[in-house]
Ligand binder design. Sequence first.
Ligand code: OOG
Ligand code: NI
Length: 464
Amino acid sequence: MISQWQLRAAFAARLSDMYGREVPAYTTLVDVSREVNEDVLRAQGANAERLGSISRVTAERHGAIRVGTPAELSQVARVFGALGMHPVGFYDLREAAASAIPVVSTAFRPVDGEELARNPFRVFTSMLTPADPRFFDADLRSRLEAFLAARELFPPELLALADRAVAERELPDAEAERFLQLTVGAFELSTEPIDKVWYETLEKISAVAADIGGVRSTHINHLTPRVLDIDELYRRMTERGIEMIDAIQGPPQWKGPDLLLRQTSFRALAEPRAQRTEDGSVISGALRVRFGEVEARGIAVTREGRALYDHLLGLVDQQAALHPGADRADRAELARTLWAEHVPGTERELAAQGLGYFTYRVVPDRPRDGSRPPTGIDDLVEQGWVRAEPIVYEDFLPRSAAGIFQSNLSGEGSRDNAQEGAAYDSEWLSGAIDREVLDPFALYERQQNQSLAQVAQELRLDGT
Ligand code: OOG
Ligand code: NI
């Protein structure tokens, strides 16, 4: 029998092999990430593993896929449910960048600590928004919806196996093998010729719309390894002649604790793809749809911590706008200065100000001097009764995600801002896929609260 986490680990590994064969620059990215991680481990020792063991970090990947309809997203939820992955978080990318990105997204991932430790594989999953009139007029919307309704992304056999794995939480060996083959196959790049006129019609609106609704299948569009020093990785990739996008998305490099998520990518490469023209003949063409991304993960922040992060993003935008000549390096310097001013420079302060999530554990070997432990968590940590370990951020950032999308688009596309946008939110998405889209903050908070309850019990803080 193969359990859900084993299916997940096997799927992530096979997807990685497939992507490496199809996109060779990805293999370079994985190699360079491994080298950087080994160097950081050598230089920092145990400290390098504060946000995840080296074995977890080395195996860790996230992928990204894009689908067209709530029905397709529900099927995705069944397939990933089989792997023990659940929808977490709602990301609205429609206004998060200057370019037209007509999607809303969620991420499928394991949610409890043990499952994450076994294998944290996650997939950022975007869904097209044909109902948003800022992007699609009524005619294009109905043609698009008809096209999407007529295609099949996942064969019925795959979905049946997925449902069985969800229900039984495991699959027999032969069924597991079949399920894995079919699932990896569903995310390969199709060789079917694309309809040139239809694809280009959508491309005028947005390259993302064409990538999703212009073809009859889906594909994994990147697979992202995790690295412990993303600035060093960026340097080494550039030295190897791989053209990276011009920025690292997310928090700046700074001297305080690593927070949230920093990401960068290399541009999509042109790949040959046959095209069917209006007269029915097939010609050769090229598409740029798959790219490489890498990320460094930091500490999960609370709602207040996140509000501070968003506030600082806004301040950087505002101040950069006052200096139109400012380049990326100036922007990074500006961000660094603002962070030094506003963000606590130590984990201890982050916890004390309620900005970051931690798990708390009783220190087993604290010298016993007969004193009773204090009751406040800050005092317990301060006086050495309890250790605080940061909880790693397992999710994504909408602004960064939009930046990653945007930097890989060929044109700006078009969005009619005079129109009122269609309303989509987390609740709508939960209803559309008939399962709850989980709130990431609630998940981190639960983990922190469970550890606090355990501490209280072990130290008998209730006075019993
Ligand atoms: C997803 C882009 C966002 C991330 O890591 O934030 C993303 C896509 O291109 O489909 O993957
Ligand atoms: Ni990504």
